[in-house]
Design a protein. Structure first.
Length: 462
């Protein structure tokens, strides 16, 4: 509650100072606020967002700009004069600048690239040359490196000279004369060492690095497994090209989570805020999967047509169709969601498929048995009150019970194995979304249901 009151006070103070139109007073007020509070002011006062950025010192403006969402960043750049955009873009860290520029239309990107200083333009064009989801797009070339022959005192001279523009100095990187990465050392190791000690005496060469063309999701896993705040990025010859910091990985993890959630819901990844996306583009993102799923569901009608004679002889079987297929779809969706989430956080890999299969067979039988028992009891209870199912109610109850066991088992196996199969094939496991698995199980569930019905009711109702 106190944080809400504090934010309300900041908002009220901002409204008072912005009304004065005194640029000096506005700048002093904004410079007194935390970066996160300034970002909140921008989000709550869209009409003043460009003015807020323009009145911040350039360093604070860049720090604020990089934590805003893309839609807000785009509006600010569109409103700022060219010289302010030049200051802002040149001040941004190379990785954050690339992250912003890569999502802009080509004509806008071309104009903004021209505003960069020659050195920053070269770095940005280099980063934009790497594949969109690669580590190369995330790395920053601003880091501190030393040579193995340097002494500790020389290392501190290098830090004092070059660390100002570095994104982090928690880790210092050791390279050889060819620029190849040899080790990374935490700064505390230099602080605790004697001034005349050489860097190679501190090295243990247990360096962990990323390749420039590695997938960003892979980088996310490496960060989590090694508890690092930054990791070096090298090429195929082990030449140090840049570093990736934990803040970039956190953004990647958030974006990947959003994409996976959207794909699991049966749509393409939006890649921009929902309310900012044009309606026609949103329609195109959704319609493709809707058509695919609809065509899949049409197969349900085809299966029903094949069992038309059985349904005509025992109309009561049709009453349980929604129950059967929804139970199979639900179990498949559960399994699919659990497996995709476990793969996303690195809990399971393709190599674990056999362990997953064994667990899901047992889970499917247990879940199906519980639902099957409930289904049989339901038939028995309704029969005792109304005689609705006739003299062969036991066969109908067994049909429902065993069908639920089969369909739920099939649903769990489909939902758990499909993501692993897609991953093995090089596709995104998230596309085996809950709707997709549900559609698959709907069709096959009907075949299981009517096959079980034919077994139990042959010669009785069929």
């Amino acid at each position: 509650m106190s944080m809400e009151l504090e934010q309300k006070t900041i908002q009220e103070e901002f409204e008072q100072v912005i009304a004065t139109e005194d640029k000096l007073a506005i700048r002093e007020f904004l410079d007194d606020q935390n970066i996160a509070d300034v970002a909140d002011l921008i989000n709550e006062n869209e009409e003043y967002e460009a003015q807020i950025i323009a009145n911040l010192s350039i360093h604070r403006a860049a720090s604020t700009f990089k934590i805003l969402d893309f839609a807000t960043q785009k509006r600010i750049v569109a409103e700022l004069p060219s010289f302010k955009n030049a200051e802002l873009l040149n001040e941004l860290p190379a990785d954050d600048r690339t992250d912003f520029l890569e999502d802009l239309p080509k004509e806008v990107l071309r104009d903004l690239i021209k505003l960069l200083d020659p050195e920053e333009r070269m770095v940005t064009l280099s980063l934009l040359g790497y594949p969109e989801d690669s580590v190369g797009r995330l790395m920053t070339p601003d880091y501190v490196y030393v040579y193995e022959h340097n002494s500790v005192s020389e290392v501190f001279e290098i830090i004092r000279k070059y660390a100002k523009n570095s994104e982090t100095i928690d880790v210092i990187y050791v390279i050889n004369d060819k620029g190849q990465l040899m080790d990374d050392l935490r700064i505390k190791e230099f602080i605790l060492a004697a001034p005349d000690k050489l860097v190679n005496e501190l090295m243990d060469e247990r360096v962990i690095s990323l390749k420039v063309y590695d997938d960003q999701e892979h980088a996310n896993q490496i960060f989590k497994m090694n508890n690092r705040v930054a990791l070096p990025v090298v090429d195929d010859n082990n030449v140090l090209l840049g570093i990736i910091t934990i803040d970039d990985i956190l953004w990647v993890a958030t974006e990947e989570f959003s994409e996976d959630m959207q794909k699991m819901g049966g749509t393409e990844a939006l890649n921009e805020p929902y309310l900012e996306m044009p309606l026609l583009r949103l329609f195109r993102k959704r319609i493709s999967w809707m058509v695919v799923l609809f065509i899949g569901e049409m197969l349900t009608a085809s299966v029903m047509k094949n069992f038309e004679d059985e349904i005509a002889k025992a109309v009561v079987l049709a009453l349980f169709v929604p129950l059967i297929i929804s139970s199979g779809g639900n179990s498949g969706s559960q399994a699919s969601t659990l497996i995709i989430q476990a793969m996303a956080v690195g809990e399971i890999t393709i190599a674990d498929w056999w362990r997953v299969l064994k667990r899901e067979i047992i889970s499917g039988l247990m879940l199906g048995s519980v639902l099957g028992l409930i289904g049989f009891i339901r038939v028995a209870v309704w029969q005792s009150f109304s005689n609705i199912y006739g003299e062969h109610w036991q066969g109908i109850g067994l049909t429902v019970g065993f069908s639920l066991i089969g369909v739920v088992l099939w649903g769990t196996l489909s939902g758990s194995m499909l993501p692993l199969i897609l991953k093995k094939a090089g596709a995104d496991p998230a596309v085996s979304s809950a709707p997709f698995v549900a559609t698959l199980v709907d069709v096959t569930g009907l075949i299981i249901y009517f096959s079980v019905a034919y077994y139990f009711l042959q010669g009785l109702l069929l």
